[in-house]
Design a protein around this ligand. Structure first.
Ligand SMILES: Cc1ncc(COP(=O)(O)O)c(C=O)c1O
Length: 406
């Protein structure tokens, strides 16, 4: 076998697996509805386009220093001050060329020794476990009880051992849409600072919250200066600015870890592209109305998705407080979320992502970052496929479909 043992242990991304199946069906002309989407379809902000085309027009596109271009570092300092009420220096910033995902990878490369443990709170974003394994660490999963999405502080601390290097927190959370309580974050900051454990906050969705439940700035509870702190905040332009294709993300950390992360970058990618960094500067310093407009659209879509799901027999759903996902409980229909997702794609031509991949079996992750008509029709098709009390005929595209299974 020429593939390394480590590479063999890394799971295929479930979203990409279902995207591929959907692509093949669409190519055959099938009217697939994609409720697996992990990105806003809005256009790139105008200021980002202007800024990166201005850079392109110079025709002077070369390496930058590994740490990134000064205007981007300055923009991230300002962003952190504005959104987190925290003053940081450029030396506290890693800019990554592979989105927030690569910032997390570089961080793990910089803090994890073989066999170190990282505590991951379920339901969790699928890449955390794989990234930890890729740096020879061990993911330790803490799952909340009784179907809740926020684990109890006591359960998290019970999972801590002498090998624990970090606790990974993602709030607003992919896949549940849950925002962890301020109380939990405060306790985690205190605990990690006392024990000397890294607290990693993946804040990629922090601007995409609904109603009054705004995610708290982790620094509010920290008693340490940034350079003495083991808090690391991950962020990027992918979600709030609908700029997934630009692949710029960052990590905010103490200088020592930032330097280590930059060394990892220097040997891995040299530097992020100057064109894409310029786009990020445009997004962060330009007009911000696109973010608010996306937030309001998502909130409206979430309300419609909730309305449709609440009228669905047997499905239990907790209302998301942010992101563009929800994680309803479909265990009344199947305990195997992979089987259920495959069944729904085959019979109803609807893409969903199996909850088991996020450490929450019996659930499906549904995205409402799609059109309202896709939300309504997607849920109607799922209902037709699963709820035997619903009418047994439905139109899918031009075709009248009859339910002939039990
Ligand atoms: C929780 C979470 N963190 C990080 C990322 C990665 O973001 P990026 O596209 O900037 O790499 C995602 C993307 O889906 C995510 O859901």
């Amino acid at each position: 076998m020429s593939v390394s043992q480590l590479a063999r242990e890394i799971k295929e991304s479930p979203t990409l697996v279902f995207n591929e199946k959907a692509r093949i069906l669409r190519e055959r002309g099938e009217p697939v509805i994609h409720l697996g989407s992990g990105e806003p379809k809005s256009k790139t902000p105008f200021d980002a386009i202007m800024s990166c085309t201005a850079t392109l027009r110079t025709a002077n596109i070369h390496y930058t220093s590994t740490e990134g271009i000064p205007p981007l570092l300055k923009a991230i300092c300002r962003y952190t001050e504005e959104h987190y009420a925290k003053v940081i220096m450029p030396e506290n910033i890693l800019v990554s060329s592979g989105g927030a995902k690569q910032a997390i990878f570089n961080l793990m490369m910089s803090i994890i020794d073989p066999q170190d443990e990282v505590i991951i709170l379920a339901p969790y974003w699928v890449s955390y476990t794989e990234i930890v394994k890729m740096v020879h660490g061990i993911p330790v999963i803490v799952t909340p009880e009784d179907g809740r999405f926020e684990p109890r502080f006591e359960d998290i601390t019970k999972a801590v051992s002498s090998y624990t290097k970090a606790i990974m927190v993602n709030s607003p959370n992919n896949p549940s849409g849950c925002i962890y309580s301020d109380e939990l974050i405060a306790k985690l900051v205190d605990f990690c600072e006392t024990k000397g454990i890294y607290l990693i906050m993946d804040d990629i969705y922090h601007q995409l919250y609904f109603g009054k439940t705004k995610p708290v700035s982790v620094y509010k509870y920290s008693h340490k200066s940034i350079d003495n702190s083991k808090i690391v905040v991950i962020n990027g332009i992918s979600k709030a600015y609908a700029m997934t294709g630009f692949r710029i993300g960052w990590a905010i950390a103490n200088r020592e870890i930032t330097l280590a992360m930059r060394n990892v970058s220097a040997q891995n990618t040299s530097c992020p592209s100057v064109v894409l960094q310029s786009a990020a500067v445009g997004a962060l310093t330009g007009i911000q109305s696109g973010v608010e407009s996306l937030r309001l659209t998502l909130e409206n879509n979430k309300n419609i998705m909730m309305r449709e799901l609440r009228a669905f027999n047997g499905v239990k759903v907790r209302e998301p407080q942010g992101t563009f996902y929800c994680l309803p409980d479909f265990s009344a229909y199947s305990n195997s979320s992979v089987k259920l997702s495959n069944f729904l794609l085959e019979k109803a031509l609807v893409v969903t992502v199996p909850g088991g991949e996020f450490g929450f079996e019996g659930h499906l992750r549904l995205s409402y970052c799609v059109s309202i008509s896709d939300i309504i029709e997607g849920i109607a098709r799922i209902k037709w496929a699963l709820d035997l009390n619903s009418p047994n005929e439905i139109y899918i595209g031009e075709r009248k479909m009859r339910r002939n299974w039990k």
